[in-house]
Every structure is written in structure tokens, then in C-alpha cells.
Design a protein. Structure first.
Ligand code: SF4
Length: 692
């Protein structure tokens, strides 16, 4: 008999959907459906996860531990047993430690699963052994700093409430059609009631297609556009004096004076959006009874992304939209949970004197950059879970070169033979989310969810938790967390937070924390020390690289500007069928995405003498990739879009898009500037074949 079992999507996506998975009588996975038990996810799920059985039962799923037998990157491996594999891993880590010190070992991870136990347990091994620490900068570092600079903490109004009550949605720098499709339900509900939808995005996304108005700024200029809108709000009487007097750090007059110098014409010269269009949007936003701002991460993946987020996030404070039902904003619910991860991460044994290395700079780090390595030794051992830096990290060509070093020992614990796993010395097979217990929180809603193991692990796969605990004994790492089960670690976190126990939350299907926070409206003030929104942020509190941060909301001119040699700005945007590099192994998704493609404005196509489907090379001083060109109206003439982190084999020249991306950190706290890239585009005459 087929059982319908409850679980939660583990992937790196704001929605963290409540799911129901079919387990057939023969133990195989059947259909995966969205569950109604969380009102935000509301029974919807994306196309990627609706086909999860294809991924779960994929013929290429890693089944056994593997030992490299050929040269690095040759792809030649032989099967070994778990005991031998773990002994070899321990020997490799201990050898690096004994020869060069513990900091020569770098455990490296990110968000391949968002479960707290399976994602973050690697930190416990790191801290117990004093291995080099990791500054996680792939995703939210820039956007977090910008939001927190004004609001202090991250939470806000639910899209469910906005779907029911907002009369205007301003969706800024996010494309939920590709990245968190559930939100489209709430937008559709609002539209049905007659709400206006405005999308700000650098290209005509699927979300922009359903908008009443789409503004398409040049990449990296959103701060200027936001200031142009704020100018109109003050100049035409839409700024709420009373609200600002209660909740802003600066007087109305000071703010009005600041924005008076940032007219729509001033903004147009920077962002390329016509001044009249900026006025039109500002008036609609100002006249709305309950405007709802949904800000994403996309527009912040620039060196000035924190300043841009701060400028955009001040809009609902200016109009006082926070005070109205359905009005306000949401960036992330990330700070609402406050869960104590001491046991999972070994925070009680963390030594702040141990050096910390920037995850986005793994290329320069493996190349021995002295500035990145500080006074410590080069990296001689990498232990990797939950990420695929060979294609996900910036300056990918440099990253690959680093992985090929003969004096580097690399272990990758993975579900598939990714581009990173191909470069490893030892590859370990990892469980998928239905094969272990875990706890999840979301950024688009405020529910804690607990999941149970539903399927026996495939072949010889082991969970991240199990591998970390087994390895700890072999390398002499001591911490109580290594002797605890996944469930015990979850119970500890929930108890410390005063939340219901794991079984109760599992049976309830989730526990929503938003009701105890005024529904996210900040009715009694913002979570800053003085309870006010900070138009004049203390940038030094957000990061050490704060020199040059704008004192008030503004455009910060630090992006990789186009030049005569590099006349285009590239945005490597998310594809609908992939999630970073996950799901690229699924044939159905690859068929729908077709091939790596450069989207260009029709006038740029004309200028370059290109027709749809023509091969082009996109490049800069960091490298070049071969792709096919396609005309896409609705973006600035100098913008190029390449969707999806295709694996190297997806490109005709075996390269990957992040080869073009700089590893230079953003301001003030670092962060990968993945969309801040100047490139050239050249016509090529060869017929492109996909690499093996
Ligand atoms: S929309 Fe996001 S959370 Fe929901 S199933 Fe898809 S990847 Fe998972």
C-alpha cells in the first residue's frame, strides 16, 4: 500500500515548502505534493521538487565510498568500504594537521540542505579541532547588512497577509516564478482583488511578465532608483510625517533635504530608468493604502548591494506603510527564530583566535593568496559537505586550478558526482532529506518544521551527521554533540528556545512564530537599540570594510562599471529548473532549460550582428564562456543575462559561468558580488557542441 508521508523541502529556497511524499509498497518514492498545513506554501511546490522521484532514484546517485585511482580530475575512482574510507579521510586530515597545523584543514560547506543538523554539524568538527573557520558569503551577507543597517533584525509582514489586504505589491530584485513559486499564489490573490503589481528587475523575468509595470534598471543601480522614488514621495506629499516622527532616527526636514538632491532625473542618469517612469511608480506607491514591498537577494549581489538594500528598504518607512493591514515589507524572517545551535555547531568550543577564511575567495585561498591566508599555513586538506565550489564559487577557473594541486587532500561528501566531487581524493555518498531527521526554518514564512526519516538510506549512503560523528572519533575531536542523535540535537534546540517539543511540532506540521511579533508590523518600534529605523546607519556595526559607505540612503559607485573593452554588465541569474547547481543532474530539467544562453537586448543583438541561436563568447580578464545568444526585450541595452549554474559539461568549452565572476568582496561586510561583472560579448563562427 502507498503511504502519504509528511516532510519538508530541504533545498536552499525561501519557501521551505511543507510536502507530502508517497512511499510505495516496494519502498520506492512516488509523487511529491505540496501540503496545505502551512498557509504560505499552501499546497504549491515548484516543478523541480514535484519531480523529486527522478532525482531520488537517479541512476547516477552516489552509492558507495570512492577512492581516486587516476590523476586529479580524471574521474577515475574505485569503490572502497566505509571503514577504509573514513580511515583514509582521518589519515589525510591528521597528516595535514601534524605537518602544517590544524588551520591547514578547512571544512567547507554551504546550503545544499537547509536542515540545521545536517547542514551545520560540520561546524562542530571544525571548532572541536580548531580547523580554519569559514566566513559564509555566498548568499545573504550583502543583503543582511543592508537590511540590518536600517531595521536591526530580519522579519516582516507575511505575503499571505499582503495577498489578502495589500493594494500594491512592489517586488524588488527577486523572481519568484523561478526561485520560490509559492509567492505567486499570494500575488495572484492580490491581483484578483485589483491590487497593482510592480516589478523591479534587471530583465523581463517570468514574474515581470505578470506585472502591471516592470522597471528595468542597469545592474547595480537600485540604490539610485530607490532614492529617485523617495524624492517624489517627499516632494509630492506622500511621506508620512507622523510615522517618521515616531519611527525614524532623523527629522522629516533632514530627510526631505537629503532626497531633494536625488531627483528622478538624477536617478535616470545612473540607473537608466526614464524619470517619468520613476515618478509614475513613486506616485502609485505613495497613493496606495497598503503597499507591500517584497525585496529579494538578486539586486544585492553587487559590491554596493548593502547600500542598495538599505536605500530600497527605507521606502515603507517613508510612507508609513508598516502601520497598515497588508502593508509593510518582507526581506527575510531569518532573525525571528533565535534557535541556540551550541550543541550542533560546537559554539562552546569555538576559538575566536582561529583564522577565518572567506568562502567566496576559495580560488585565491587555494592559490596561496597571503592576504587571504593571513599568518596561517596554506590549505592542505578540504572536507566538503553541501556545496559544489568548483562551479558555484567565483573565479571558478582559479578554484579548479587550486583543486588540482598535488599537495591538497580533498574529501567530498555528496549525492552526485558533481564537478567538485570529480576533483576529490575521496568521495562519500550522502543521504537525501527523506533519509534522515532534521529541523528547518524559512525566510519567506516564520514556521519551524521538524522532519523524520521516511526511507531507508539508498545503498551505502550516510547522513552528514553520521559521517561527522564517525570522523570525530578518528581524528580525536571531543564534544557532547558527537554522541547525540539527530533527534536529540533537535530537542535540545527547541527546549532552549521554549518551543514545543519535536514530536509536537512534527505532528502539528509546523510552529508559526509570526503571531507573537505583531504579525511582523513592528507596531511598537523596530528591533534597533532606539526602536527607530536608521536612515543614517552605523555601518561600522555591519562590517569592518565600511569606509565609503553612504551616510544616508544612496547609490554607492563601487561596481564593476562597463568600459570600452567590457561594454556589458553580466547578471548570472537563477534558472527555473535548477537551484544553484542542484537539480542540474536531472535530464527533465536540463531539457527544459535547453542550454546555457546569453539573453541580450534586441538592439545589442543588431549591433553585434547576431540572430537568435548564434554562438557567442562572453568574457573578461578572468576567462570566457561559449554560449548561444537570444534576444530578450525588456532589459537595458548594456545588460547580459545567463540563467542557471550549469555544470562545466553543459558549456561547449567545458567552462562555467562563475569563471567570469570576481571574488572581490562587497562592502561593508564582504559577500559574493555574483551579479557585478563587466564583460565583452563576441560573435564566434564555430558550431557549438556540448562538452562531455
Ligand atoms: S519552491 Fe522551494 S521550498 Fe518549495 S519545493 Fe521548490 S525548492 Fe523546495
Amino acid at each position: 500500500m502507498t503511504a502519504l508521508l509528511r516532510t519538508t523541502c530541504p533545498h536552499d529556497c525561501p519557501s521551505v515548502c511543507a510536502l507530502e511524499v508517497e512511499r510505495r509498497a516496494d519502498g520506492t518514492m512516488g509523487k511529491v505534493r505540496g501540503s496545505n498545513r502551512i498557509d504560505y506554501t499552501a499546497g504549491t511546490l515548484c516543478v523541480k521538487v514535484s519531480r523529486y522521484a527522478e532525482r531520488y532514484h537517479h541512476k547516477d546517485r552516489l552509492a558507495y565510498p570512492l577512492l581516486r585511482t587516476g590523476s586529479k580530475g580524471s574521474g577515475q575512482f574505485t569503490r572502497i568500504g566505509w571503514d577504509e574510507a573514513l580511515d583514509r579521510v582521518a589519515d589525510g586530515l591528521l597528516a595535514a594537521e601534524h605537518r602544517h597545523g590544524a588551520e591547514a584543514v578547512w571544512p567547507y560547506f554551504y546550503a545544499g540542505t537547509m536542515g540545521y543538523v545536517q547542514r551545520d554539524g560540520i561546524e562542530r568538527l571544525r571548532h572541536a579541532k580548531k580547523y580554519s573557520r569559514q566566513k559564509s558569503t555566498f548568499c545573504v551577507t550583502l543583503s543582511d547588512a543592508g537590511w540590518r543597517a536600517g531595521y536591526g533584525k530580519r522579519w516582516g509582514v507575511s505575503p499571505v497577509e499582503a495577498g489578502e489586504h495589500a493594494d500594491l505589491w512592489l517586488i524588488w530584485g527577486t523572481n519568484p516564478v523561478n526561485t520560490h513559486v509559492n509567492m505567486m499564489n499570494h500575488i495572484a490573490k492580490a491581483k484578483k482583488r485589483g491590487a497593482k503589481v510592480i516589478v523591479v528587475d534587471v530583465y523581463k523575468t517570468g514574474t515581470a511578465d505578470i506585472a502591471d509595470i516592470h522597471l528595468s534598471p542597469r545592474p547595480g543601480t537600485d540604490g539610485a532608483l530607490a532614492c529617485g522614488i523617495a524624492h517624489v514621495l517627499f516632494a509630492e506629499g506622500y511621506a508620512d510625517r507622523d510615522y517618521l516622527a515616531r519611527f525614524a532616527d532623523l527629522p522629516y526636514e533632514r530627510l526631505a533635504e537629503h532626497f531633494a538632491a536625488r531627483s528622478p532625473e538624477w536617478a535616470e542618469a545612473i540607473c537608466g530608468v526614464p524619470a517619468e517612469r520613476i515618478r509614475e511608480v513613486a506616485r502609485l506607491y505613495g497613493q496606495a493604502q497598503a503597499s507591500y514591498l517584497r525585496v529579494g537577494y538578486g539586486f544585492t549581489r553587487q559590491k554596493n548591494g548593502s547600500a542598495a538594500m538599505h536605500a530600497v528598504s527605507c521606502l515603507p518607512v517613508i510612507t508609513g506603510a508598516w502601520a497598515r493591514k497588508g502593508g509593510g515589507a518582507l526581506y527575510s524572517m531569518g532573525d525571528i527564530y533565535g534557535l541556540d545551535k551550541t550543541l550542533i555547531e560546537g559554539l562552546d568550543v569555538r576559538d575566536p583566535a582561529v583564522r577565518i577564511l572567506d568562502q567566496s575567495r576559495i580560488g585565491p585561498i587555494l592559490a596561496g593568496d597571503r592576504h587571504d591566508l593571513g599568518d596561517g599555513p596554506p590549505i592542505h586538506a578540504l572536507f566538503i559537505q553541501n556545496t559544489n565550489p568548483a562551479v558555484v564559487a567565483p573565479e571558478s577557473a582559479l578554484v579548479r586550478q587550486g583543486f588540482l594541486r598535488d599537495d591538497l587532500f580533498t574529501v567530498v561528501h555528496e549525492q552526485f558526482m558533481t564537478d567538485t566531487a570529480k576533483l576529490a581524493d575521496i568521495v562519500l555518498p550522502a543521504t537525501m532529506f527523506v533519509e534522515h531527521d532534521d529541523l528547518y526554518t524559512a525566510s519567506a514564512h516564520a514556521n519551524v518544521q521538524v522532519t523524520r526519516k521516511l526511507f531507508e538510506p539508498f545503498a551505502e549512503c550516510r547522513s552528514n551527521h553520521q559521517v561527522i560523528c564517525d570522523l570525530a572519533g578518528r581524528v580525536g575531536a571531543e564534544h557532547p554533540g558527537f554522541a547525540m542523535t539527530e533527534w536529540e540535537l533537535i530537542e535540545d534546540m527547541l527546549a532552549k528556545a521554549g518551543l514545543p517539543d519535536a514530536r509536537t511540532i512534527f505532528e502539528q506540521g509546523g510552529h508559526d512564530l509570526l503571531p507573537q511579533r505583531d504579525g511582523g508590523h513592528f507596531l511598537d518600534g523596530f528591533p534597533t537599540p532606539d526602536g527607530r529605523f536608521h536612515f543614517a546607519p552605523d555601518w561600522a556595526a555591519q562590517g569592518s570594510n565600511h569606509t565609503g559607505m553612504p551616510p544616508l540612503p544612496d547609490h554607492q559607485p563601487v561596481i564593476e562599471e562597463p568600459t570600452a573593452e567590457h561594454p556589458f554588465r553580466l547578471v548570472a541569474a537563477p534558472a527555473r529548473q535548477f537551484l544553484n547547481s542542484s537539480f542540474t543532474e536531472m535530464a527533465s530539467g536540463r531539457a527544459r532549460e535547453v542550454r546555457p544562453t546569453a539573453l541580450l537586448h534586441p538592439d545589442a543583438m543588431l549591433r553585434l550582428g547576431l540572430n537568435d541561436g548564434d554562438p557567442v563568447q562572453v568574457g573578461n580578464r578572468r576567462g570566457a564562456v561559449l554560449v548561444h545568444a537570444k534576444a530578450r526585450p525588456g532589459q537595458h541595452e548594456g545588460t547580459v543575462i545567463i540563467e542557471g549554474i550549469w555544470p562545466r559539461g553543459g558549456f561547449a568549452d567545458g567552462e562555467c559561468v562563475n569563471t567570469l565572476i570576481s571574488a572581490e568582496p562587497g562592502f561593508p561586510n564582504g559577500g559574493g558580488a555574483f551579479h557585478d561583472t563587466a564583460v565583452w560579448v563576441r560573435r564566434v563562427t564555430v558550431e557549438l557542441q556540448t562538452a562531455a
